[in-house]
Every structure is written in structure tokens, then in C-alpha cells.
Design a protein. Structure first.
Ligand code: ADP
Length: 463
């Protein structure tokens, strides 16, 4: 199939459908009206013959038993001009009046005219002049005979032809007018539809070239097109965000690596040049920095794994309470060192989950709670069951998170209040991992916090 624009294709299709519809309606209504008209005329003509015969009957004077010949003549001539050839005979069969005898040339002309006109208009017509014979009676007594010849099954006079012509012209005119109207409306509709699609295609093209700032501003009255444009705008926005995140990630990784690398580099350089003695303390400081790089790389690897599209979850029934208690035990040393109070309460049914990954979620949440809660603080873990899910809440009364930073804490490398984190050793990846794992399980994670008042993390996992 040859390719053409949506607008042309739509316009052509609409025009074609309009043409077919209009043609069908015009032809069928033309046929129907013509047929009705022919039936009507044929009926009229049969009635007219009856009327002529009845008029003829009335011209007999029963008292004198004679015919009013001048009236017969008037009726006959009048009928002749209407296309009927009348002949009247008395009881003896004598001709009282005969159109052909009276005016032969008028009769021939009339027969010729009607035959020619009818043959001209209906070449296939099988009609011709037929004669209707009838007895004339007065008071139930036969008084004579009459015959009326006319073009059967029907014939049209001048007025009828005019009427039919006008009717056909009106039908044709309204057909052409409707067609034009349909084509104009079709073109308008096609334009209305193709413009936003064209614009959307243009924006998609710009996006494929790396421009994610473009947006489609148009609005249409077509729901699906609006939806399409909204989706493309959304796509542009998320691609832009992804692009920014990617750039941000590279910058963040570089930034994270630079500090420890510089420290290690300058330390070793100083020791190599003999400025510093390679004391145990200095070497262990270098070792710490290298360990930091190692942790960062591990965190990144971990994140890459859980964020990869083909993260495979090995789901088994998991008892969240048992897992939480077991995981919390890993923090016993830090908890004891800081004198933190730990509480774990509530219960919930087993959930289908990847035990290892869910434990990673718990580790990240608990380690944050321990890390960001000062000595003497409290950490509460609460489990509960909801309609289709279970809810795990990890609550602490630690330093909290500034309100304006809350929306970003699940982003990679995001660290609230940067200064406090460098010392705490966080790289801002833990919560990104939490979100990825929870989302992969079909769950949701959110946080509430107030600076200085502690934080509360909600993890909802489907049952
Ligand atoms: P990090 O390794 O820096 O802790 P996370 O992704 O786990 O990275 O957390 C992101 C940031 O959210 C942290 O830098 C910290 O500022 C904040 N945060 C997370 N958990 C808590 C908490 N329980 N209390 C206070 N701040 C928190």
C-alpha cells in the first residue's frame, strides 16, 4: 500500500464513505419516489377513464331518449387534449362521437407525442395504447357503448415531466451539497486529528535526538489524543529525569571516590617522599579510606543488582517477625554501645517474599535507625496486618530528617544534611536499595519525619 499522510488518508476515506452514502441514498430515494409517482399517475389515469365514462353516461336524456351531442363533443375534445381518445356509440352501434373522425390530425399528433415522450424517457417501457370498452347505461338500461383509448400502464404529460425533472434536480442538488458538506467536515476532522499526531511525532523525534525539554502544549477535544500527548509529555519528563539522574550518578560516584582517593594518595606520597613515617596509625587511616571505597563499590554493586530489570526474586513464605528479630540481633553491639532501647511488637502472617532481599531492606532501615539515633534513644519495630498486605514500621526518636528533604531520601546518593553524613559514613544508597527491593515485591515504602523528633519508615508488602 502506498504511504500517505494520516490527514490525506482520513480525508479520502471520509470522502469515499460520504460519496457512497450520498449516492446510495440519492439513487434509492430516486427509484422509490419515481416508482411511487408512476403508481400514483397510473391510478389517476384509471380514475380519469372512469370519470370520462361517467360524464358520457350523464349526456343521455332519458326523457327524449336522445344524446346531447354537443356535450359529448366537449367531453371528447377535453379528454383528447388530456391524452384520451374517446369513441361513443348508440345502441345500434352507430357512432355518436369519435375523436379520430372529429379531429384525426389532433389524435395522431397526441398519440405520436405521448408515444415519443414515453419511449424517449423509458426506452424499455413495454406500454402502448390500450382501449377500455364499456357499456353506457341509464337507470340500469344499456343506452350505448363507449371506448376510451390511452397509453397504458401510464403516461406523463408535460406537467408530470416537469415535476419529475424538478424532483431529480432537487435530489441531485441536495446529494451534491451533502457530499460537499461531508467532504469539508471530513477534511476539518482529519486536520483536527492529524495536527496533534503530527506534533506528537515531531516531539518524539526531538526526544529521540536527546531533547527532553520539549513538551506538547496542544489540547484537543479527543480523549485518546489527549491521553497520547500526556503520555509523550510524561515520557519526555521521565527520560529527562533519568538523564539527569544518570549524570548525577556519574558526578556523585566521582565525588565519592575523589575524597578517599585524594587522602590515600597524599598520605602515600608523603610517606614515599619520607615526609611522613609510615606509622601504624597512618597506614590504618589509609586502610580506612580504602575500606570506604570498597563499601561504596559494594553498595553500588548491590544497587545495580536490585535495580536491574531482571532482578529475580526467589519467593518463599517469609515470617517477617522472626526475620526482623534475627536481623536486629546483628546490631546488638552498636545498640549496646549507644545504650539504645529496642522494641519489636505486633504480628503478621507469612508473606511470599525473597528472604535475602527483605533482610537487606531490614538491615538498611535498622542500620539507619541505629546510626541516626543518639545515645539513650529508642527504636520501635511494629508489624501489622492489613487487607491485602502487611505493614512494617521502623520508628526511632533520633535526629530526624528536614521536611524539605523527605521527598528525596529514596534517591541514589541522596543524603539529608550532607555535613552530618560524611562523618556517619553513609553513601546515600541504602534507602534507594530499600525502595528497589520493596517495589520489585509489588510493595510501597514511605517515610515520615520531623527534624529533631525522629523518623518513621513504612514498608507495605503484599500478602
Ligand atoms: P546513608 O547511607 O547515607 O544512610 P540512606 O539512603 O540509607 O543513605 O539514607 C539517605 C539519607 O536519609 C541519609 O543520608 C540520612 O540523612 C537520611 N536518613 C535515613 N534514615 C534516617 C533515620 N532513621 N533518621 C534520620 N535520617 C535518616
Amino acid at each position: 500500500m502506498t504511504q500517505c499522510s494520516l490527514r490525506t488518508r482520513l480525508s479520502l476515506n471520509i470522502a469515499l464513505v460520504a460519496l457512497l452514502t450520498v449516492a446510495l441514498i440519492s439513487v434509492s430515494s430516486n427509484i422509490f419516489i419515481n416508482r411511487q409517482f408512476e403508481d400514483y399517475i397510473a391510478k389517476q389515469q384509471r380514475q380519469r377513464v372512469e370519470e370520462i365514462l361517467s360524464h358520457l353516461n350523464q349526456q343521455y336524456d332519458a326523457a327524449t331518449e336522445s344524446w346531447r351531442l354537443d356535450f359529448l363533443h366537449a367531453i371528447g375534445m377535453h379528454a383528447l387534449y388530456d391524452g384520451y381518445i374517446v369513441k361513443v356509440y348508440d345502441l345500434q352501434g352507430e357512432t355518436l362521437w369519435d375523436a379520430e373522425i372529429c379531429d384525426m390530425s389532433a389524435c395522431t399528433r397526441m398519440i405520436d407525442d405521448i408515444s415519443r415522450q414515453m419511449q424517449g424517457r423509458y426506452p424499455d417501457i413495454t406500454g402502448g395504447f390500450t382501449t377500455k370498452d364499456s357499456n353506457l347505461t341509464s337507470n340500469g338500461k344499456k343506452i350505448g357503448e363507449a371506448s376510451v383509448a390511452y397509453f397504458s400502464p401510464y403516461f406523463f404529460d408535460e406537467n408530470d415531466f416537469h415535476f419529475l425533472k424538478a424532483l431529480n434536480t432537487v435530489l441531485l442538488g441536495s446529494g451534491v451539497f451533502s457530499l460537499l458538506l461531508a467532504v469539508v467536515a471530513g477534511c476539518f476532522l482529519a486536520r483536527h486529528m492529524s495536527n496533534p499526531i503530527r506534533k506528537t511525532a515531531q516531539v518524539a523525534k526531538q526526544m529521540s535526538g536527546g531533547d527532553y525539554i520539549v513538551r506538547i502544549e496542544e489540547k484537543t477535544s479527543i480523549e485518546e489524543l489527549d491521553e497520547l500527548m500526556r503520555s509523550v509529555n510524561h515520557l519526555a519528563r521521565s527520560l529527562g529525569e533519568q538523564e539527569n539522574l544518570r549524570k548525577q550518578l556519574t558526578a556523585d560516584v566521582a565525588h565519592e571516590l575523589r575524597t578517599p582517593l585524594t587522602t590515600v594518595g597524599t598520605h602515600i606520597e608523603a610517606m614515599m617522599e619520607g615526609v611522613w613515617q609510615p606509622t601504624r596509625e597512618r597506614l590504618s587511616s589509609c586502610h580506612e579510606e580504602i575500606a570506604r571505597i570498597g563499601k561504596l563499590v559494594r553498595d553500588l554493586e548491590n544497587l545495580a543488582k536490585v535495580e536491574s530489570d531482571n532482578l529475580k526474586l526467589d519467593k518463599t513464605p517469609v515470617d517477617l517477625l522472626e526475620l526482623a528479630e534475627k536481623t536486629l540481633r546483628n546490631f546488638d553491639a552498636e545498640v549496646a554501645a549507644k545504650g539504645l532501647r529496642l522494641m519489636i511488637e505486633g504480628s503478621c502472617p507469612d508473606i511470599p517474599a525473597d528472604r535475602g532481599r527483605i533482610q537487606q531492606v531490614l538491615i538498611n532501615l535498622f542500620s539507619n535507625a541505629v546510626k541516626y539515633t543518639p545515645s539513650g534513644g529508642a527504636i520501635r519495630v511494629v508489624l501489622s496486618e492489613m487487607d491485602d498486605s502487611v505493614l512494617l514500621v521502623v520508628e526511632d526518636d533520633g535526629i530526624g530528617i528536614p521536611q524539605e528533604e523527605l521527598p528525596f531520601i529514596f534517591e541514589r546518593f541522596y543524603r539529608a544534611d550532607k555535613s552530618r553524613n560524611r562523618t556517619s559514613g553513609g553513601s546515600g544508597i541504602g534507602l534507594a536499595v530499600v525502595r528497589s527491593i520493596v517495589t520489585a515485591h509489588g510493595g510501597k515504602v514511605s517515610a515520615e519525619s520531623r527534624l529533631g523528633d525522629g523518623s518513621r519508615f513504612h514498608v507495605e508488602l503484599p500478602k
